[in-house]
Design a protein around this ligand. Structure first.
Ligand SMILES: Cc1ncc(COP(=O)(O)O)c(C=O)c1O
Length: 415
């Protein structure tokens, strides 16, 4: 592991309060030209006693704007202190978690997984247009039937066709033969370039793609592609649960960008997506017209709170790499526990062995029971699946009554 370390609460406070001291301070200095300020002082007083020991809340109240991408060079000097901690988050995620070479990735804290996925597709669409004079009609976005809907949303926003590869109904892996046929058809319709979004744990099933299954037919038909990994859900989980043999990281030369969401598994506040991309690619979405922003702006979101970067920096540095690994192992053990119970009572489910999502066949559970325990369906109209996501608060103590009631329900209907 490189720059990611476990730090004490005191060390964390020192770094964050130190970073805030390096930022321009709306309370005490003359900053006359920025259309921003600290949070409203009548509602959120700066001298509230609980803030003294609360670096995240203090950052929230100081309200730094992290507009732009701070791994690229020039950035707004007003918030240089907290931007430095954002750069550390980007390096921890890209290098320590996803095996990137030191300082060879750019990235920023996006509003969420949706933005980070669309940011990737936007970069590659523009790359194909700028470098190869492609028209949007020449480009195809490829995900799977189990991909998050942000892939389809991205195609809509960017005016690029989307193909969702068929997956096996039980294994949830890409159906290679069907994809080969489908790609041949798209090629016949004139597609020359592809933006592949491979899943590192899907939203509903926690299933994981083998990216080679997407790439093989593209290579066969001579389609130029770029490969983005959607780890919005799995980015803070899968790299720790499947350490040997995964290719969903920057150590794989075919991977050019990755989405991770700190506001899911990492329990950061909403608004903490993370976009990571190999150096040399952000330029395709740099907006030259953002001339009032020092360093310009290559992000989709524009203004964003620096407090989100501080939250994820604090979380990662509180655990350190070993603490994080242990946290994930506990969630895996609980997931194993629930699967054993379901096996015992003969309830069918899907679970990737490296995942903490257990998705139960809707036929095997009464929807009333699923709703009582807050299981989420794949479709509210016609559910095929109900999922359990073993998050921090989903302890065995909370799972046990669910299993008990499921058992009772099943024995009642079998009589
Ligand atoms: C795999 C995956 N990708 C993308 C997203 C979108 O993330 P967000 O809701 O943060 O925009 C989600 C959200 O559940 C997801 O599970």
């Amino acid at each position: 592991m490189g720059i990611w370390k476990k730090r004490t609460t005191e060390e964390i406070k020192e770094r964050v309060f130190g970073a805030l001291r390096q930022n321009a301070n709306f309370y005490s200095t003359n900053i006359l030209g920025v259309p921003a300020s600290h949070l409203d002082g009548k509602v959120f007083p700066e001298d509230a006693p609980q803030l003294k020991d609360a670096p995240f809340l203090t950052t929230l109240i100081h309200n730094p704007n992290h507009i732009g991408c701070h791994t690229l060079g020039d950035s707004e000097a007003f918030f240089a202190g907290t931007q430095e901690l954002e750069r550390e988050v980007i390096r921890i995620c890209a290098e320590d978690i996803l095996h990137g070479e030191p300082n060879q990735q750019d990235g920023y804290i996006a509003s969420g997984g949706t933005e980070a996925n669309i940011q990737a597709m936007w970069i590659y669409r523009n790359l194909f247009i700028r470098e190869y004079q492609a028209a949007p009609e020449d480009i195809l976005i490829i995900g799977s039937e189990d991909s998050h809907y942000s892939v389809v949303k991205g195609g809509n926003v960017l005016n690029v066709d989307v193909h969702l590869a068929k997956v096996d109904a039980v294994e949830r892996s890409i159906d290679s033969e069907a994809l080969d046929r489908d790609i041949a058809e798209w090629v016949a319709k004139g597609k020359k370039y592809a933006i592949v979004v491979a899943n590192m744990m899907t939203t509903m099933l926690g299933s994981v793609d083998d990216p080679e299954l997407y790439l093989k037919p593209l290579e066969k038909y001579g389609i130029d592609y770029r490969l983005h990994i959607d780890g919005a859900y799995g980015g803070f989980f899968y790299p720790f649960s499947h350490q040997e043999g995964s290719t969903l990281h920057f150590g794989n030369p075919k991977v050019t960008s990755v989405t991770l969401d700190a506001h899911k598994m990492a329990q950061a506040p909403y608004g903490t997506g993370i976009f990571l991309v190999r150096k040399g690619l952000m330029k395709y979405v740099n907006t030259d017209q953002a001339s009032y922003v020092k360093g310009l702006d290559a992000t989709l979101v524009g203004s964003r709170s620096g407090a989100n970067a501080i939250a994820v920096w604090m979380i990662l540095n509180t655990y350190g790499p070993h603490g994080w690994y242990e946290k994930i192992q506990v969630l895996l053990l609980r997931t194993d526990w629930i699967c054993r119970q379901l096996d015992e009572i003969g309830v069918r489910y899907f679970r990737n062995p490296f995942s903490n999502i257990v998705t139960i066949y809707a036929d095997d559970i009464a929807s009333e029971l699923a709703h009582r325990f807050g299981l989420v369906p794949d479709s509210h109209h016609e559910p095929n699946w109900f999922k359990i996501v073993v998050m921090d608060h989903v302890t065995v103590d909370k799972l046990e009554p669910f299993i008990q009631q499921l058992k009772e329900h099943r024995s009642a209907i079998s009589q």
